[in-house]
Ligand binder design. Structure first.
Ligand code: C5P
Length: 418
């Protein structure tokens, strides 16, 4: 897990209650700590029967709280001394949240350290229910959930699947990676891009030749997905238009799946309504087959020629639509020669505010790689060369530039007419 700038030194109170899913919350605690958060774990007595406090202590590097009455030589018992934990918390997550704890929280009971802190805390509350399917669907639990939702709690799951009892149904705890996505969504929602709509394209396109073959490229979609996550972390509403990739959708993004350049073109133009920012990280095919064979092309002659024709240039189409939307448009230039010159002329031709230039001849950067080495070229001719870094870090740098462009209003296109 890489550091996440949104989570750096954020105070997160993680309440663990007594369900078998507690073992998976160790992974969540570990992810949060590695991402840079300060995680204070509070366990109920029942939770300590499943996982030991020592496990969480080792993973978070911080003390774990379990006992309401423990004094340990302090002037005040724990429940009083640690109300400070509730006040310092920027987010309270309860995972797994058992039916019992949900009932207590709905009623406002304070009979253990966790429920006491939950009453004392005024930060956002994320609840991750996990229980047997019958307990989840019970009207009492559903009524408690309705009360908690009404009060503003963010309920994550439960998911459908096999439970410890062997039953299949709705009651499984959502996986740690997805919980982390919800944590980011809640913590980021008042960020610098709150109220903004960001459209991101990602991945390759596929241009069919016949029913089973296509022209494509090795784009993994990673850079575009990282941009979507970085925009979500800053509070934006995100539409992620993606070519074929198996990457999971960042929590909170609206995913639109496309295959061909033409479909991506149509999806982008449709998504531009109300958009403030367009980030075109997709590796869109420039050519498609002039005609798609209706049946599989059979092996035959020694040589086979394909006639290719241009696909629509999406950024040029957006350029024509500009003047209304969006305020900031960022393009990408994957080049194998004359990187800066080619990228800069593309920026001008496509009326971009920023272009991210990528030397695709390097093996540690560009297509398919985990890392990237890019140069950011601004409309004003400014050139910023970033060192080799993760695609996540590249996304953060791009979003910082985009946020600044929106804030200063110095983006290229005319601002939206109001
Ligand atoms: O002109 P070139 O395709 O090299 O420019 C790359 C930039 O243009 C990328 O941002 C890419 O997403 C976008 N592009 C496009 N429509 C295409 C091909 C590329 O908008 N048909």
């Amino acid at each position: 897990m890489e550091p996440v700038s949104l989570l750096q030194n954020r105070r997160i109170l993680l309440g663990v209650t007594g369900g078998i899913a507690a073992y998976k919350v160790c992974t969540l605690a570990s992810h949060l700590a590695q991402a840079g958060a300060l995680v204070d774990v509070v366990m109920t007595g029942a939770a300590t029967r499943f996982v030991t406090p020592l496990t969480f202590e080792a993973l978070t590097g911080r003390p774990v709280y379990t006992d309401m009455w423990h004094t340990a030589g302090e002037a005040l018992p724990t429940h009083i001394a640690h109300v400070g934990l509730a006040h310092a918390a920027e987010l309270l997550i309860v995972a797994p949240a058992t039916a019992n704890t949900l009932a207590k929280l709905a009623c406002g009971l304070a009979d253990n350290l966790l429920t006491t802190l939950a009453l004392a805390a005024s930060c956002p509350l994320v609840l991750v229910p996990a229980m047997d399917a019958g307990m989840w669907s019970h009207p009492a639990t559903q009524a408690n959930i309705a009360v908690l939702k009404e009060r503003g709690a963010h309920i994550v799951g439960p998911a459908w699947g096999r439970m410890a009892s062997g039953l299949i149904g709705k009651g499984r705890m959502v996986e740690p990676e997805e919980i982390l996505g919800h944590v980011r969504l809640v913590l980021g929602r008042n960020g610098p891009l709150a109220g903004r709509k960001v459209v991101v394209t990602a991945g390759p396109t596929r241009e069919p030749l016949d029913p089973v073959r296509f022209l494509s490229n090795p784009s993994s979609g990673r850079q575009g997905f990282a941009l979507a996550q970085a925009a979500l972390d800053r509070g934006a509403r995100v539409t992620l238009i993606t070519g074929p990739t198996t990457l999971p959708t960042p929590v909170g993004a609206e995913r639109v799946e496309v295959t061909t350049a033409q479909e991506m073109h149509d999806a982008v133009l449709a998504a531009l309504e109300g958009a403030d920012v367009l980030l075109m990280a997709a590796a869109v095919a420039d050519y498609r087959a002039a005609s798609v064979a209706p049946q599989k092309i059979k092996k035959g002659e020694e040589e086979l020629s394909l006639r290719l024709v241009r696909t629509p240039d999406i950024l040029l189409a957006v350029k024509d639509a500009r003047g209304t939307y969006p305020r900031v448009v960022v393009g990408f230039a994957a080049e194998s020669e004359h990187l800066l010159e080619n990228a800069h002329s593309k920026l001008l031709a496509k009326n971009l505010d920023l272009i991210v230039a990528n030397d695709i001849t390097a093996r540690d950067a560009g297509f398919g790689a985990e890392t990237n080495r890019v140069v950011l070229i601004g409309r004003d001719g400014s050139v910023e060369s970033l060192p080799l870094m993760s695609k996540t870090a590249v996304a953060e740098a791009i979003l910082d530039r985009v946020t600044a462009l929106l804030a200063t209003g110095s983006a290229g296109a005319a601002p939206p007419e109001s």
